[in-house]
Unconditional design. Structure first.
Length: 139
């Protein structure tokens, strides 16, 4: 009986480990956060917006997937509530902000990052679970 329980526990650990492959800790490393913020300032400058790094606030970090960092920035946002679907995975938003994917100094919308295979469908599902939990419990 003990062998059966041990095998069951090992299988569960293996399965859970496989689900979390590619996903990093819950906190963004300070050096990576600084690089993401600097890249975001450059990204906004290309759109004609001027902002300094000290004014950029990452409001939510969703994890790092194969080197692609998923974040949401604090911004002046509308109060529009809407859903976005990517490959049948739902993302619920309560304002005008969206999740951004940053990789190698470039920002991508989720759909574009998925289309370019920077993130997998499994990564989308993980990010969706985090976002939808945030949406359901905004505090």
């Amino acid at each position: 009986m003990k062998k059966l329980v041990l095998v069951g526990v090992l299988m569960l650990v293996t399965i859970m480990g496989g689900i979390m492959v590619g996903c990093s800790d819950n906190e963004l490393a300070e050096s990576v956060e600084k690089e993401v913020k600097q890249s975001y300032v450059q990204h906004l400058a290309k759109q004609g917006q001027t902002v300094t790094v000290d004014k950029v606030v990452i409001s939510k970090y969703y994890g790092t997937y194969n080197g692609a960092v998923a974040v949401m920035f604090e911004a002046m946002a509308t109060q529009t509530v809407w859903d976005d679907y990517i490959d049948k995975v739902i993302f619920r938003y309560r304002d005008g902000r969206t999740i951004q994917i940053w990789k190698n100094g470039t920002f991508y919308e989720l759909q574009e990052a998925y289309d370019k295979k920077l993130i997998s469908r499994g990564n989308l599902v993980t990010i969706s679970h985090i976002q939808n939990r945030v949406y359901a419990n905004p505090d």
